[in-house]
Design a protein around this ligand. Sequence first.
Ligand code: ADP
Ligand code: TRP
Length: 327
Amino acid sequence: MSDKKQSRVLSGIQPSGTLHLGNYFGMMSRMIKYQEESELFCFIANYHALTTVPDSEMLISNTFNAACDFLALGLDPEKSTFWVQSDVPQVTELTWMLSSHASIGLMDRATSYKDKIARGIKPNMGLYSYPVLMAADILLFDSQIVPVGKDQKQHLEMTRDIAIRFNNTFGETLIVPESDIEERTQLVPGIDGQKMSKSYGNTIPIFDTEKKIRKKIMKIITDTTDIDEPKDKDTPLFQLYCLFLDEAGQKELSNRYDGKGLQYGIVKQELFEKVMDHFGPFREKRDQLSSNPSHVYEVLNFGAEKARKVADKVLDRVRSAAGVNYH
Ligand code: ADP
Ligand code: TRP
């Protein structure tokens, strides 16, 4: 713990849709906790979202909503550095400088790129070099720890690889970061049982109307096991419910799944109540923020200023190491 107090923690989220329970447990809530014990850097990755959101109005509104979500959930702009990626364009220069150290073999192994192509997204350079931009996000701030869900593990390995290659070429210049993936929340299932993801239409949003959240929860897939038979726990309803329970609560739920008489409809209703109780206290703040955009933009500007100061220093170090600062 005392090590982490001194460490610099960074992560980002794409404004590519409405933020959901997978984002919350996999990344957001863990980031918010880190602000107490570390130097926290948190940003909204709108350059990354350009690879999948070809609609400017939508990108603008998703960016604003993601900022409101984070701030409502407790991200404190005084205790952390919180900004929008495009307000620190230095990251694009670093991306270019790192590109010569990202081998094609490495890039070709990126599963996230392959998944996107398999889902019918047309291949383009933005999608292909997405991991280099992500490496630049991380390395530009001398990040040591990067909290993410399991789906980002390979991107973190690519970042490390690029940093090590750069250091081998030019001497120790970049900090080689570690990913921080939490076992319990590494892969939150969606209502269809696949990974919960904005792009799969299977999410439970953090802040939607009560009615819509209830509807989503009622749609979680279940099986047709007889009411008096033990139920399968390797299922989305069980796993999602556990995210809201402490150890004792999880044990109790597990016993109910093993015993007789469990009705999925009742479990869903309980989960709905847990979700509403958990996020209820943040809803009012969320509404206040969304009705005061100028305040939100002020907060983001303040964060961008702090971020640019760090970025300029690191970039200058990289430019000097590579010989781009020529006099
Ligand atoms: P999405 O797949 O919904 O577009 P992002 O790729 O923007 O989500 O992810 C933002 C952060 O949330 C990342 O750290 C990612 O690992 C985490 N995350 C996203 N979905 C999940 C999930 N289902 N379980 C755990 N973490 C997740
Ligand atoms: N690729 C990440 C995702 O889709 C978002 C991201 C962009 C990110 N840059 C980052 C995460 C830097 C951690 C660090 O979830």
